[in-house]
Design a binder for this molecule. Structure first.
Ligand SMILES: N[C@@H](CCC(=O)N[C@@H](CS)C(=O)NCC(=O)O)C(=O)O
Length: 213
């Protein structure tokens, strides 16, 4: 059976949500962060060479990296669901956002978060993050005011993109040190999109699972 290694407050939320969207049977293995360092515990290092979540095990294979996991699961268990056909324009949007989630979107978020957590923020870093957030969110807001989901119909790309967006709503980002504190105020289409995602039954089920794990 498919095994999902889950670390609290992490991108492994994506793997659980995807499995719930597809109605898959899976075994959930939960790892608890070190309470002092907030890093992975030894149990995760025992299965993951870089000590990172998410990680899945399936048919004797070990698959790391949340985007790779989405693609693997859709290839093996998707039966054509949650991914546009390859010869469509929607597929290009799917590919774009599938990859942008961990790169274009996540980069300023991580810089912003880590500079606040380590008290190393500077006008240069703040300016960089502010500019990046404006560019990315303006573009996403435009797209999401024209369609319901990031690549048209709901897809694996939404599962990828939702994580960084939801991260911005965590209390850490409410700090005045962090550029994203008020990030969504001028972006109503992004806010409506998040509300739509949170209303999905599979999200509701997944959220209950990773909150209780
Ligand atoms: N790009 C990777 C990032 C993996 C990653 O950094 N995971 C974090 C949790 S979101 C982690 O395992 N952190 C614990 C640690 O590094 O000690 C992915 O999308 O899977």
């Amino acid at each position: 059976m498919l095994k999902i290694h889950h670390l609290g407050m992490s991108r492994s939320d994506r793997s659980i949500w995807l499995a719930e969207e597809l109605g898959l049977q899976y075994e959930l293995i939960t790892h608890t962060r070190n309470p002092e360092t907030f890093r992975s515990p030894q149990s995760l290092w025992d299965v993951s060479p870089m000590g990172k979540a998410p990680l899945i095990e399936d048919d004797g294979k070990t698959i790391p990296e949340s985007g790779a996991i989405v693609e693997y699961i859709l290839d093996k268990y998707g039966e054509g669901r949650l991914r546009p056909n390859r010869d469509t324009a929607a597929y290009i949007d799917y590919l774009h956002w599938m990859h942008a989630a961990e790169s274009t979107l996540m980069t300023p978020i991580l810089i912003d978060m880590l500079s606040a957590m380590t008290a190393t923020s500077s006008p240069g870093l703040k300016g960089f993050c502010e500019g990046e957030f404006k560019t990315v969110f303006t573009h996403m807001n435009q797209i999401l005011s024209e369609r319901e989901y990031i690549a048209g119909a709901f897809s694996g790309a939404d599962i990828m993109v939702a994580f960084p967006l939801m991260m911005l709503e965590s209390p850490l980002f409410a700090s005045p040190e962090v550029e994203t504190g008020a990030a969504f105020i001028p972006y109503p289409a992004i806010q409506s999109y998040l509300n739509r995602l949170r209303a999905r039954p599979a999200w509701v089920k997944a959220e209950a699972i990773f909150k209780s794990a």
